[in-house]
Design a protein around this ligand. Structure first.
Ligand code: COA
Length: 253
């Protein structure tokens, strides 16, 4: 395998790299730390054909950088498709400016070439000057800048509010901890989607939907299958037009 200019080995990620890949992924994307372990485990178990992860190995079980790449059907400014795409790129601070990042990029480009792609694309935050410089030095030309937007669709009415993505796993863990055998949600896949801001009521999507359930969390392990108290609604819309409306009316009074 190709050595980076400071003798780090650049190679595809292996099972034994799990901890180091997780460490660096969390540094690159610190906003949702709880999402990394399941994503890494799923990736290592499946090794998707249209993605690859390259790492730079320090030679002592530790890694010094990683790059996640994949195929995208289309990318801004490209003339062909599918194209190779740089999804994540990280070098530990103590190794920067030694050619490790460039070596990871070369590995990704070879991977894309071998799949028959004739272009490689990438993106970076508008303010990430270092990334812009590193892309530029490796021959990437800027093809555009983007301003990102969001708008709330006003689906929720107080006292109900959506649960932030980063807070979802904590509610899901708590529900699993509380549920006794025989409870309507015991053993079911759930996803926390909203909560009452004034109480411990949480709305969960059940089994991938369309059913949802409101649960009054108790913050202790229950033994009575009737607790935590749970109401199942056939769909989110059913919840919205009954329970959420009633709670909103109650709040106004
Ligand atoms: C971007 C990053 C991966 C580059 O890794 P690196 O190993 O330092 O890159 P290299 O040493 O291969 O640099 C190659 C060239 O890029 C340019 N470059 C890299 N870092 C630079 C910096 N801080 N300032 C100016 N130019 C820089 C230089 O031309 C450099 O060549 P030189 O050192 O011979 O001048 C690394 O800085 C990093 O992990 N940053 C934080 C995470 C990040 O922003 N990732 C990109 C997300 S899009």
């Amino acid at each position: 395998m190709k050595k980076a200019s400071n003798d780090l080995e650049v190679r595809p990620v292996i099972e034994a790299d799990r901890g180091e890949w997780l460490r660096m992924r969390t540094l690159l994307w610190p906003d949702c730390p709880e999402e990394h372990p399941p994503e890494i485990d799923t990736w290592l178990a499946r090794r998707p054909m249209d993605q690859e992860v390259f790492v730079a190995a320090r030679g002592d079980d530790r890694l010094g950088g990683f790059l996640e790449c994949g195929a995208r059907a289309w990318a801004e400014g490209c003339r062909t498709g599918p194209v190779g795409y740089i999804e994540g790129w990280w070098v530990d601070p103590d190794l920067r400016r030694h050619g490790v990042g460039a070596a990871l990029l070369r590995a990704a480009e070879r991977w894309a070439q071998a799949r028959g792609y004739s272009e490689m694309a990438s993106d970076a935050d508008v303010a990430n000057d270092v990334s812009h410089a590193a892309h530029g030095a490796a021959g990437y030309e800027e093809v555009g800048r983007a301003v990102l937007f969001r708008k709330s669709l006003g689906v929720y009415t107080l006292p109900w509010a959506p649960i932030d993505r980063t807070a979802q796993p904590a509610f899901e863990r708590e529900l699993r901890r509380e549920l006794p055998k025989g409870h309507a949600l015991f053993g079911k896949a759930v996803r926390a989607i909203a909560r009452r801001v004034d109480r411990d009521d949480v709305l969960f999507e059940v089994g991938g939907g369309p059913r949802v359930a409101t649960v009054r969390l108790t913050y202790r392990e229950e033994t009575d299958p009737a607790r935590p108290v749970t109401n199942i609604h056939e769909s989110f819309e059913a919840f919205r037009t009954t329970r959420m409306r009633e709670d909103a009316d109650e709040e106004k009074r």
